[in-house]
Design a protein around this ligand. Sequence first.
Ligand SMILES: N[C@@H](CCC(=O)N[C@@H](CS)C(=O)NCC(=O)O)C(=O)O
Length: 237
Amino acid sequence: MITLYGMGSPNVVKIYIALEELGLPYTVAPVDVFTGKQFDAEFLKMNPNAKVPVIVDSDGPGGKPCTLFESGAILLYLAEKTGKLLPADMAAKYEAIQWMMVQMTTVGPMFGQHVHFTRFAPAGNDYSKSRYATQVHRVFEVIDQRLAASPYLGGAEYGLADIATYPWARNIPVLLGADAAAKFPNVMRWVGVINERPAVKKALAQVDDIRARTTQFDKAQPQDLDKLFGRGTFAAA
Ligand SMILES: N[C@@H](CCC(=O)N[C@@H](CS)C(=O)NCC(=O)O)C(=O)O
């Protein structure tokens, strides 16, 4: 049995989708990030970097329990455990992994900073807002071109690269606006295809459930937000 520690955020949505696609039995342990539960000593034993998602697989390699953090590492683990969601052919496999890495290194961090500066930062910061908006638009231009030439982000088959990127891409109309969605027609078409996958529908229903069981950002206390973002009395410098 796999236990998924998380909340309703895109990095956790990836793992919900992978678990549903693979049909692996799992339970969910909500981590209330907006009230600082990722900094609890018990959670830090699993992820010293204080972030969700984390999984604990009671039936890990050699039949021993296995604890893993970082969504990319978790996705690779689940693919290797089941022999699914990555092509067997080595060239095709690394073609897919490189696109998954574009999500890990660029889509997630740039989109994360874009959301931070538009939603959570004090007024001002025009340079930062412009920089992260530009980076998000630039990487989705690249992904849009890829999806004009390939049915799925990783290649011919649906897999890890799609699962990693979809939870961010589906938010484009809300977070970047209708104009941005119109700029990325291949991305939005691909989002539409993934929306219809039964496993994705099941995963998103589970995400709604965990959202209802965790504090959302608009209900968070100011000191908890300061701790989460490392600012005010929590700033290092
Ligand atoms: N690179 C990490 C990012 C994880 C991450 O940023 N998680 C957020 C929620 S989406 C979190 O736990 N934030 C809490 C914090 O930063 O204290 C991954 O892909 O797993």
